[in-house]
Design a protein around this ligand. Structure first.
Ligand code: AGP
Length: 629
């Protein structure tokens, strides 16, 4: 949930007389925190090691508040430091609760991401030992425990102190620490919370994800569950919590710094909506050969095992769950395997029926959503095979799954998911086609035809983006709307749900998505004069009965005074008589239509939120990665 950065660089006049390498720690920390601010922005803080020991500055609110504080109270130059942006869990977003927490007479600074579930018992013991706490946070307890262990058991060995302390903490934590007696060293540990190491020349980095150091290096090593790492300018050493040495798996980050910039758009969200053609293209790239045979490189489950799969359960939250609902239609149609879609936070509490021939597929852009991670762990305990569809390389959910299919949407900075949503759907289509290919449900030629149609989607999305002025104009005209309804049927139903969620989360407008067929079972009572309703209409070339039923729905609500805004396939004449406005999308196979139908609704939400003057990228109360249950 929080953004974390750590840095060590070779200081001027280092003992080995080496040339000064690297950067000022503060520059690295602030640059990293700027990129990570989407992970949480209730407060921000930094701590550096100087000749006077640990020096720290921290402020509630956005990173800009900390930058103002640093201007007023500058820190001395340093080559070692840690930085943190917070999404409050224990204790409100105040200066006092902001990280870093500096303890033990100013000798030790700690930052933390996660929730320490047994902090209360440690806090009681530490208070009994005479420790006075300044904040309400679990982090300060962890810091005080580390200081105590450092003095009493580890005898000044900072790495050992963190190993011992980490063994005693339960829940989810990424901890970073610096100590006045250890210049040029940052230690860190992780359990159920992310941390990656960035490798430089004469400098090394730590980040809650690669965005924390992407401006300085693209070489990264993922830290595994229950590991401690000690970084210096020349080295990084990984151990488990018992102190046994461990190897790190290095990977190269494919994102460049520019990819995380806005490219001139008013918000990351609008940039990312326009990234969608590329996100779909990149997710398709390299996953099939010229014969149209799918080659999913990260599928680490034996094909013979996959052939025996007799049930698929898709686990996700929010927008990712709606991607799962779209995937269900495609997977069941193409490979005839019963597919359930479950909200991850509901899944493990309903005693689900799981067997070794159940494939549990998690959908997660961040790969760190705690609800989804815990559900995947539960499924594994119950014997299921697990597969992650994820957009963040090196994140926890794919690392803990048997197989992974990475989406290649690039960094999605805006809290509201757009390009990752489309990429998830594409990846789920690839999975469905792969299973169909493996099990012989589809001829190779049929699969090739579907892949060919998928290959045309990026250009069709671009066509919608190029013609977005009408939907933007409508959005601006509706900036004072108090409620908007969304109707859809078949694969259009999850599109209606997602369109409503976009409006809720960035424009703070009451919005609700319904299955169009459900209207007469209650929701039609909501229809009154002037009620705006978007209707996602299936292709007239698909099942005619479906199309005509939805046209009837438009007629019913129009007759009751609704303002009907229709998303329909180019050339669909039947809707025009009942629509106040039609937003056409290019023709494609019915099962692929969600990749196009959602785009006008994304644009509508972003434009309306912008017209209301809201922060489109960092909406209130939300964070990009929900790493608490
Ligand atoms: C999407 O716009 C929201 N930010 C939210 O619903 C998100 O999809 C959900 O929290 C799941 O996140 P994940 O994909 O990173 O697991």
């Amino acid at each position: 949930m929080c953004g974390i950065v750590g840095y060590v660089g070779r200081a001027q006049g280092s003992p080995d007389g080496a040339q000064p390498h690297g950067h000022s720690a503060l520059d690295v920390l602030l640059e990293g925190l700027r990129r990570l601010e989407y992970r949480g922005y209730d407060s921000a803080g930094v701590a550096v090691l100087t000749d006077n020991g640990v020096e720290s500055r921290k402020k509630a609110g956005k990173l800009s508040n900390l930058e103002a504080e640093l201007k007023e109270h500058p820190l001395p130059e340093s080559m070692t430091g840690i930085g943190h942006t917070r999404w409050a869990t224990h204790g409100g977003p105040t200066d006092r609760n902001a990280h870093p927490h500096v303890v033990a007479g100013g000798s030790l600074a700690v930052i933390h991401n996660g929730i320490i579930e047994n902090f209360a018992e440690h806090k009681a013991q530490l208070i009994a030992d005479g420790v006075e706490f300044l904040s309400e946070t679990d982090t300060e307890v962890a810091a005080a425990l580390l200081a105590k262990v450092y003095e009493t058991e580890a005898k000044g060995d900072l790495t050992k102190a963190l190993q011992l302390t980490s063994q005693r903490l339960e829940g989810a934590f990424t901890l970073l620490a610096i100590h006045k007696d250890h210049p040029g060293v940052v230690v860190a540990s992780r359990r159920n919370s992310p941390l990656v190491i960035g490798l430089g020349e004469g400098e090394n980095f730590l980040g809650s994800d690669v965005s924390g150091f992407i401006d300085f290096t693209k070489r990264a090593v993922e830290l595994e569950q229950d590991q401690v790492v000690t970084i210096t300018p020349e080295s990084f050493e990984i151990t488990d919590f018992a102190g046994n040495a461990a190897e790190g798996k290095e990977f190269t980050v494919s994102w460049d710094a520019a990819a995380a910039e806005k490219d001139g758009f008013p918000s990351f969200m609008e940039k990312e909506i326009h990234d969608q053609p590329e996100a779909v293209l990149q997710t398709l790239l390299g996953r099939s050969d010229i014969e149209g045979r799918l080659t999913l490189d990260e599928m680490r489950i034996d094909p013979e095992e996959l052939k025996k799969i007799d049930k698929i359960i898709v686990l996700a939250c929010g927008t990712s769950a709606y991607a799962g609902h779209v995937a269900k239609y495609a997977i069941e149609t193409w490979c005839r395997i019963p597919t359930e879609v479950e909200l991850a936070h509901e899944f493990r509490y309903r005693e689900p029926i799981i067997t070794p021939t159940t494939l549990v597929v998690s959908l997660s852009q961040s790969g760190e959503t705690m609800d989804t991670l815990m559900a995947v762990r539960y499924a594994k305990e119950q014997g299921a095979r697990t597969m992650a569809i994820c957009n963040t390389n090196g994140s926890t959910i794919p690392r803990e799954s048997d197989a992974v299919l990475y989406t290649h949407a690039g960094p999605e900075i805006a809290v509201a998911s757009t390009k990752a949503f489309l990429a998830q759907i594409v990846a789920a289509y690839l999975l469905g086609l792969y299973l169909a290919q493996l099990r012989g449900n589809k001829f190779q030629g049929e699969i090739k035809d579907i892949l060919a149609d998928l290959g045309k989607i990026p250009a069709k999305i671009q066509q919608i983006l190029d013609g977005d002025s009408a939907i933007k104009e409508l959005a601006r005209s509706m900036k004072d709307a108090e409620s908007v309804l969304f109707l859809g049927r078949h694969v259009g139903f999850p599109v209606a749900l997602e369109g409503a969620l976009k409006l809720k989360e960035i424009a703070y407008i009451h919005a609700e998505g319904f299955a169009a067929g459900e209207l007469k079972h209650g929701p039609i009572a909501l229809i009154e004069e002037g009620q705006p309703v978007f209707v996602v209409v299936p292709s007239p070339r698909g099942r005619d009965s479906l199309h005509s039923k939805v046209v009837s729905n438009i007629q019913e609500i129009r007759a009751r005074g609704a303002r009907t805004f229709v998303i329909a396939e180019e050339g669909d004449e039947a809707v025009k008589a009942y629509a106040e406005q039609v937003f056409s999308i290019p023709e494609t196979q019915p099962l692929l239509a969600p990749l196009l139908a959602i785009v006008p609704l994304q644009i509508f939400a972003a434009e309306l939120a912008g017209a209301k003057g809201y922060d489109v990228d960092q909406p209130r109360n939300l964070a990009k990665s929900v790493t608490v249950e």
